[in-house]
Design a protein around this ligand. Structure first.
Ligand SMILES: Nc1nc2c(c(=O)[nH]1)N[C@H]1C(S)=C(S)[C@@H](COP(=O)(O)O)O[C@H]1N2
Ligand SMILES: [Mo]
Length: 423
């Protein structure tokens, strides 16, 4: 079990202030390691006007928090949580272990300067021109607070298994199963903020956008990361979250405020939210047209409807290729979750899918979060094995043997074959 380090907020805050002084020519870089400075430079590139001659600008990590290799697999601008690092951590993912999916880089923002601007023809105001409304961090803090335990999971979580298990070629970050985490989020209901902003009865869509840098893909600038959300969902259970597991939202997870859309694909939960367009017409962005739809032979020409709920998955709290001594009794641990309902049951196979046994559930199954489970196992003789876990949710949805492929490798839901070695 990994020792989970203490929260780095204060240290990062200190470094950020140092960086600002340094950029303003008011401090020298001594006292801040070069590596730290590069991290911060990359992280602040979006919000700080740096001279283009600054050599550190192009390079450097896009994530602020430490990414020890025993906890994370680095994938470009992103970091995947290692499932073996979750063993013994409790129901929620510690903030330090939570995966990070960044289109560009974490901007280091100050809650004191932060503003949320709402605008659009879905707000009451003079006809045709919605009156913009602004909220500061303290305004949000003064509204009634709500808490909710929910996963954030990338739509592409499990994508690598389209290739490794099904021989399909798909595009995108080759996540295994670690692009998911569960946290207890605290914030305000988006519904409260929308009502206070003067929501009109004509509004149909809201579109939150991030304060991180504009996203350039294939030489095209797609603008700020943003994705429309239908009003029905926005008013139902969406949070503007400012706390994660009892701590101020960490920089990498959207500090000071992010959107949290329970049970939906991760892209809906816009980090570093700075603006929300409220519209009387349906809205479109690359994130609900070109991305986050299903394309391919099994899907309509123009793609499926924009993705909403996550699918169903299971994972073992084990490294790929973990070893087990023959003849010794062990307990296998894992977690299952679904975007469509609570987990009703989990079956595990230790013989490559020939026979299945019911796992013992350790949490009262609830929607929007995962359920931990375990199963005793005494491997008999040495050799390679595949461990399989198959969950069923309260709507009757069960993980299939094969996932229906799509070109961008979203919503992998098939039972994953987890290789282990008995020695
Ligand atoms: N502003 C902004 N919001 C964002 C993203 C981003 O790059 N920029 N990535 C999205 C995606 S694709 C996912 S899966 C989740 C990941 O949240 P996390 O990094 O807190 O785990 O954030 C979403 N919100
Ligand atoms: Mo994502």
């Amino acid at each position: 079990m990994p020792a989970v380090g203490s929260f780095t907020h204060d240290e990062t805050g200190y470094d950020r202030d140092r960086l600002r002084q340094w950029l303003a020519g008011r401090a020298r870089a001594e006292g801040v390691t070069r590596r730290r400075l590069l991290t911060l430079l990359a992280a602040t590139a979006a919000v700080t006007a740096l001279p283009t001659t600054t050599p550190a600008r192009a390079a450097g990590p896009s994530i602020v928090k430490p990414l020890p290799p025993e906890w994370f697999i680095q994938r470009g601008t992103n970091a995947e949580t290692r499932w073996e690092a979750l063993r013994g951590t409790g129901h929620r993912t510690p903030n330090e272990l939570f995966f990070v999916r960044n289109h560009t880089a974490t901007p280091v923002l100050d809650a004191a300067d932060w503003r949320l601007r709402l605008w659009g023809d879905g707000l009451r105001g003079s006809p045709g021109e919605g009156r913009p409304v602004e909220f500061g961090y303290d305004d949000l803090r003064a509204l009634p607070a709500v808490t909710r335990t929910a996963f954030v999971e990338c739509a592409g979580n499990g994508r690598a298994h389209y290739a490794t298990q099904q021989g399909e070629t798909v595009t995108g970050t080759p996540w295994t199963l670690g692009a998911v985490g569960v946290a207890r989020w605290r914030g305000v209901l988006l519904a409260d903020v929308l009502r206070r902003a003067g929501l009109s009865s004509y509004a149909v869509d809201v579109q939150p956008r991030g304060l991180d840098a504009e996203y350039v893909s294939g030489g095209e600038n797609l603008g700020r990361v943003r994705r429309p959300l239908p009003l029905g969902k926005a008013l139902h259970d969406v949070l503007l979250a400012y706390e994660m597991n009892g701590e101020p939202l960490p920089y990498d997870h959207g500090h000071p405020v992010r959107v949290l859309v329970p049970s939906w694909v991760g892209i809906a939960s816009i980090k570093w939210v700075g603006g929300i367009e409220v519209s009387a017409q349906p809205l479109f962005s690359p994130w609900n047209t070109a991305f986050y739809r299903l394309f391919g032979p099994a899907h309509p020409q123009e793609g499926s409807a924009p993705l909403t709920r996550q699918t169903i998955k299971s994972a073992f709290e084990l490294a790929s290729g973990a070893t087990f001594p023959a003849g010794e009794g062990r307990v296998l641990h894992g977690r299952s979750w679904s975007g469509t309902g609570a987990i009703a049951r989990v079956e595990v196979s230790t013989d490559g899918g020939t026979s299945w046994r019911p796992a013992r559930l350790h949490d009262r199954p609830r929607p929007d979060t995962w359920t931990r489970w375990s199963l005793p196992w005494r491997p008999d003789r040495p050799g390679s094995r595949e461990l399989l876990a198959r969950a069923t949710d309260t709507t009757g949805r069960t993980q299939p043997d094969t996932a229906v492929p799509n070109t961008q490798g979203y919503l992998f839901d098939a039972v994953v074959r987890h290789p282990v070695t008995v020695v």
